[in-house]
Design a protein around this ligand. Sequence first.
Ligand SMILES: [Zn+2]
Length: 634
Amino acid sequence: MSGRLDGRPVVPSSGRLRPLGIGEVEITGGFWSERQDVNSSATIAHCHDWMERLGWVGNFRAAQEGRLPQDRSGVVFTDSDVYKLMEAAAWETGRSGSTDADERFTALAEVIAPVQESDGYLNTFFGRSGQPARYSDLEWGHELYCYGHMLQAAIARARTGKADLFVEVAKRAADHVCEAFGQGGIERVGGHPEIELGLVELARLTGEERYLHQATLFVDRRGHQTLADIHWGRSYFQDDIPVREATVFTGHSVRALYLAAGAVDVAVETGDELLLESIIGQWERTIARRTYLTGGMGSHHDGEKFGDDFVLPPDRAYSETCAGVASVMLSWRLLLATGDSRFADLAERTLFNVVATSPAPDGRAFFYANPLHQRVSGVVPSPDTVSNRASSSLREPWFAVSCCPTNIARTFASLGAYMATVDGAGLQIHQYANSRISASLDDGRPVGVELTTGYPHDGKVSIRITETDVAPWSLTVRVPEWASDAWLTDGGERRRVGPGAASVQRPFVVGDQIELELPMAPRWTVPDSRIDSIRGCVAVEQGPLVLCVESVDLPDGRDVGSVLVDPGQDLDETEGKVVAAGRLVEIEDRRWPYIASDGPATGADISVPLVPYQGWANRGPSTMRVWLPTIEPD
Ligand SMILES: [Zn+2]
């Protein structure tokens, strides 16, 4: 096993682009750096504290001491949250050298390792006297899902230079899975995909083909109805039709997206181009018809599911934080496989408007669901209370099902690994943040750059060459799909660049400066008229940020339900805030609302302030909406 520090969550053996890891891309300041710092100083400890307090770590101690099942706490898959915390701690140790994160990882590994049984099985909910038998509930038991997160934690540990105890635990668990679920074993799948991408990555880490083979079996088996028909149907866990025959993502959003990410991994490692094309096709239709403006996915609270095409209600948006994380994971894999910048476009949209929306500024409270319209002001939650509901109206400190906070923690700790890639010809920068990149091209030539930017609030990105040899190479930047008026300056030459990839190819010398200018004027966005729930509304975006109206910015305590805007007038910016011309209408409580006898409201008479959606509810209880009804001009 390699103990080399490369710090990459995903290391395909082939593909259009080669990922750079957290050892090669350092985020040095600004928007994402602040979130990484809060993650390091607050969120990781916050998650660990809650899991100790609620007994989720204690479940492993109870297992060691023979106190299960009577002393078991939490839902069936709490083991997975401990593993996701460990993955976050591993990346954080690699990213910042945090001894706190390192000690947390080691302490957790020491609690967990003795619980592993002699054949590699490890789970606190199943298999003991008084507990359900192993693999007796593949629909809901989540044993394979928990292993998937265990493998990802171990991979993070190994790829940050510490191939220690826990990596051996994970290998033994993976060997057990291959034994139990291989040909002639239990020829079924788990109800929640996740094991697939863990197994492929372990195969990449160790060179052991059997892990890849097992992941391929799981992907091929899904869709053949080996799971029971449940209340939501087998599409809930993507077991209704074979993966390669599906045409769009369906069912539980996080399940669908983890499965797609694992299927891309399998396709890339086995050279299965048809499988890869199928996933790309499913992604395309999902983007065209089943994705929110924020990049959020999953429009049904019931079943945490994708809706049918164009079912995207803003107020009932589920848009789970974990689905945002899973979507970024999928986008990254598709970007590496194809080099197509539209995958990085979606990753950017989702990172800024779903992933960054979830945590509070102090990193100690989270949104689970991310609706685009809050009709009722929330109640400030107690910092000591566990929320039983995913649909909180303000960020909550913890949840009975708490998949989202640890998903945020592991994503922020490893975020540097989602920013840039290399290939034989040069360096590609996909996401913009103050950062230092130092890497080698495929042929070993050194390349290095330093990015300076105020992104996402400022569209200017300065890139200074810090390492190069004398031979030419290409520096490629992504021009986002929304950037209709972007400019690239190299030396004295300034040229207009369209959305997609823009490159400078030449011999560089250290100190050379390239500048990208992305348009940051606020802009009106109009939805496809087939999205019934927002027909007739408009939204405002600025750069990569989706904006919203919040009631705390409206006069006289008015609710966002009274706001109309005039998209015929230009958006303005005053005192750092975007404003739209608009009007506040009286809401008559006693009138039948379907008579248009008064005609449409006309005439803007106020300025409606708009703020970034990702920061909504940070100023306390508020109503909020992204999609705004319109008024007729005078
Ligand atoms: Zn979640």
